[in-house]
Design a protein around this ligand. Structure first.
Ligand code: NOJ
Length: 709
């Protein structure tokens, strides 16, 4: 059976028949993921040396991180030909922003505010991944993030639940392509359920303590979006959430994920996160772990083997039921069936998969992604570069290929096009500068491009960081370059927002590139040279100082909000040594156009339940370059039964305007946009007055009022 409906996971007759032939050991085997070929051990060491024998005995359901074609074939052949029932294995891998062609890291991709781009990128990723013989990617990571100290913000869609939900759907559609049995589709896995992005102090694996309202309002929506798009897998989070580890949290996995959110696919634990509930002090031994995680609703155990070792005994003792086990097994079998593995267990095994990697079309897509994701944070007429004007190239990242970021699967730094290479390819004249030649060789120049950043290994899993400034030596380079009196164009590569407060005055222009991947230099060159205007918009607030963290746009107001008219007034919510405002707010990003917003008006000043209201805004590009503008619409409840954020993003539109062009953009307000979880935790509107705000970013909005009636 080839399933077209990814939302339904009802087991087929064939799978039910297969289940009826399975022994208890074989059933339990389907719940096990082995890490036999994993070269990177990211948690407890678990002995998987017996994997081949276990596969023959039907005691392995899937294998993690295998990517050598010969290994894949050997493992699948063993399962199909040497196990009693010949059930094929699932192969899963972390393909997060590219398999062989590195696309910009996910946080950068979110800066595009472009679900269509993200869907096409995911298709490109799935194309390479499926040709490598893999079936499931552990992506997208949809954890809502507010803390750039956390190294994994690089994998996220940023801090806004609405935008993240749109992008989550795009990832799922791009990977799964409506029918998993299609040759180039792979199953997606939304992770980490739930709350991982709220780890206290941004410290990896740390405790999460957030209100149910925050969970429902901002943490769950992207997961729900993934489920609505038909995602086949959900991964549990490592963390404790409100005192229960997520992996053993029945409320979370059963009541919320299954019953409320309607998820029917496979719930997989994270790497040894089952066993870790002993460290979380809620279980005493591995049998207890197996019992609690199974009871909570877990289907598939990654790396650790507590199900393997204890489920049989727990069933014999009557503590868990075989019926429940059967349901879990059927979910795994159904996924295998949907992927077409019972029709062809060797799908997508090629003699030479290399010919499908790094194709020109894939690289062109990766370059387009760079062009649409870099954010211009400042530009005092230093960019774009004048045609063929000789520029100085300075700083450690001019020639660095360390810009693919973490979780780069099999992408190689050696494939990266650096900034210098891009200038070479474009035959754009430049002078390569170092500290000793900076003064003398730059005399004839107008502009110096200073490329700085953090190493790829400073972000990603296990890389929380408390100090978010660039190294002192790199900051010194900018100051030195500034002393030459030339235009300084700063290009920053990083896996997270860094604190640029001290550097900002020394730069005339700043391009924030995050980690753009294989086509880094090529895309950046087109932006620097003005062939394309920057259009990326921040999806994660850039703090002014680490001491502000968490600082995010959709916060509540406080009873004593900061008053700009009385900044020194002591008894308002403020810091005495730094401002409240971040350096760059959510949604911020400049273009080579100069946009003016005017004539913002609503078609009506009230909105009935079954009605709509139009919001008009006129945009004029006063600049001398055409550019893409992302017009953003936020709402603010003037009152509600619970406190609501000062701004909530509800819609946005991307509009291209030629130089001098004027256009009117129209949004449609519906009742649903004003809903929130009320005092009784019901998702509803309240008939009150709301601000509707439009503008280029969350810090520059024009407000109008609408009354819900
Ligand atoms: C741990 C990470 O938290 C998770 O995101 C990843 O998918 C697994 N390891 C597998 O590598």
């Amino acid at each position: 059976m080839k399933s077209n409906t990814l939302k339904s996971s009802s087991p087929s007759v064939k799978m039910s028949a297969l289940l009826s032939q399975m022994t208890l050991e074989e059933k339990i085997g389907q719940l096990q993921q082995s890490a036999y070929f994993s070269t990177v051990v990211t948690g407890h060491v678990v002995d998987h040396s017996g994997t081949i024998e276990a596969i023959k005995a039907g005691r392995v359901g899937s294998v993690l991180s295998v990517h050598d074609e010969r290994d894949l074939k050997m493992l699948q052949k063993t399962a199909v030909e040497e196990s009693r029932l010949g059930i094929p294995l699932l192969f899963m891998f972390d393909v997060i922003h590219g398999y062989k062609t590195a696309f910009p890291i996910n946080l950068a991709l979110s800066n595009s505010w472009d679900p269509d781009l993200v869907e096409r990128v995911s298709r490109g990723v799935a194309y390479e991944t499926s040709h490598a013989g893999l079936h499931v990617t552990f992506s997208p990571m949809v954890d809502l993030v507010r803390d750039p100290r956390w190294g994994r913000v690089m994998e996220s869609n940023g801090e806004d639940p609405y935008l993240s939900s749109l992008l989550t759907q795009a990832y799922v559609k791009g990977y799964q392509q409506d029918d998993l049995a299609q040759p180039h589709a792979i199953a997606a896995c939304v992770k980490h359920f739930a709350g991982y992005g709220f780890a206290e102090a941004g410290r990896e694996y740390n405790t999460v303590d957030v209100s149910e309202r925050t969970l429902r309002s901002v943490v769950f929506p992207p997961f729900q979006a993934g489920i609505d798009a038909g995602v086949r897998m959900v991964m549990t989070a490592f963390n404790v959430i409100n005192d229960r580890p997520a992996t053993a949290n029945r409320w979370l996995l059963n009541d919320v994920l299954r019953d409320e959110m309607g998820f029917q696919g496979v719930i997989i634990s994270d790497y040894t996160s089952t066993e870790e509930i002993i460290q979380h002090k809620v279980a005493t031994d591995t049998k207890d772990v197996a019992y609690q995680c199974f009871e909570a609703g877990l289907d598939h155990e990654m790396v650790s083997q507590t199900f393997q070792h204890h489920l049989k005994e727990l069933i014999a003792e009557g503590k868990i039921s075989e019926e429940t086990l059967n349901e879990r097994v059927l979910r795994i079998l159904t996924l295998k069936e949907q992927l077409g593995l019972f029709d062809n267990p060797y799908r997508n095994f090629y003699e030479d998969s290399a010919q499908y990697m790094l194709l020109e079309t894939t690289k062109a897509l990766a370059q387009e992604a760079v062009e649409k994701t870099v954010v211009m944070l400042k530009n005092d007429d230093a960019l774009p570069l004048k045609p063929k004007q000789t520029v100085g190239l300075f700083g450690p990242f001019i020639e660095s290929q360390d810009v693919i970021g973490e979780w780069a699967a099999l992408c190689e730094k050696s494939d990266v096009i650096t900034l210098k290479q891009a200038f070479d390819q474009a035959k754009h004249p430049y002078v390569l500068l170092d500290e000793t030649t900076l003064d003398t060789r730059s005399r004839e120049l107008d502009t110096i491009i200073v490329a700085l950043g953090e190493a790829g290994s400073e972000a990603g899993e296990g890389n929380s960081k408390a100090k978010l400034r660039l190294s002192a030596s790199q900051e010194a380079l900018v100051k030195k370059a500034h002393q030459t009196g030339k235009n300084i164009v700063l290009v920053v590569f990083a896996g997270r927002p860094l604190i640029l407060t001290e550097l900002e005055p020394f730069a005339d222009a700043i391009l924030y590139a995050y980690q753009p991947g294989t086509m880094s230099g090529a895309g950046l060159y087109r932006l620097l040279s003005g062939q394309v205007s920057p259009s990326g918009r921040l999806t994660l607030t850039f703090p002014y100082h680490e001491g502000q963290i968490p600082v995010y746009y959709n916060h509540l107001n406080t009873g004593r909000p900061f008053d700009h008219a009385r900044p020194e007034y002591r008894y308002n919510s403020r810091f005495i040594d730094i401002p409240n405002e971040p350096l760059y707010p959510f949604g911020f990003g400049l273009t080579y156009g100069q946009f003016e917003y005017s004539d913002v008006f609503l078609s009506k000043d009230h909105l009935r339940e079954d009605d709509t209201v139009k919001v008009y805004v006129t945009l004029k590009n006063h600049g001398s370059h055409g550019a893409l503008e992302t017009v953003q619409l936020y709402i603010e409840a003037q009152s509600f039964s619970v406190s609501r954020p000062v701004n909530e993003l509800k819609a946005f539109k991307q509009v291209y305007l030629d130089a001098g062009e004027e256009k009117t953009t129209v949004f449609t307000l519906t009742n649903a946009m004003f809903k929130a979880f009320n005092i009784d935790m019901a998702w509803t509107t309240e008939q009150r007055s709301y601000f509707v705000k439009v503008g280029p970013h969350s810090g520059a909005l024009i407000a109008r009022t609408v009354q819900l009636t």
